[in-house]
Design a protein around this ligand. Sequence first.
Ligand code: IDP
Ligand code: MG
Length: 149
Amino acid sequence: MEKTLILVKPDGVQRSLIGEIVGRFERRGLKLIGMKFLQMTTELASKHYAVHQGRPFYDDLVAYITSGPIVAMVWEGNDAIAAARATIGATKPVDASPGTIRGDFGMEIGRNLVHGSDSPENGELEASLFFSDEELVSWGRDLESWIVE
Ligand code: IDP
Ligand code: MG
């Protein structure tokens, strides 16, 4: 089963959008298997955003993601990566379609509210940066057969 690491970034928390954002993944039919509220350290940010090291926006990105508390979650499902990224919308909020999180709430790339993993491999890797195996819960959802064929 695919896993995706979703973060409600500091702007999402500051703007009181936690419930709105969590609700969208929940209503979509993804299954929540881990959740915590924390402030990222620079060390964790440098691991999470390792692929972006050296890019011109890297320092601003680390400053942004460590600037306040975030909600970190792992959501599971068939095609969880694609489903979550479609729910999140394009990286640049002005290009994101209305109906997506970034398209409904965002204006700038440096304040784009949410993170979602971009591949199944990165979903596993990123989930393991934020959660131990014991913190990810395997559970049966009674509604499952109404969401998954
Ligand atoms: P994604 O979050 O849609 O996967 P990535 O390309 O992986 O987008 O970039 C990670 C994050 O880095 C973005 O969500 C955004 O916060 C920031 N970012 C990406 N490109 C830029 C840029 O050109 N300027 C400022 N920030 C950027
Ligand atoms: Mg990315």
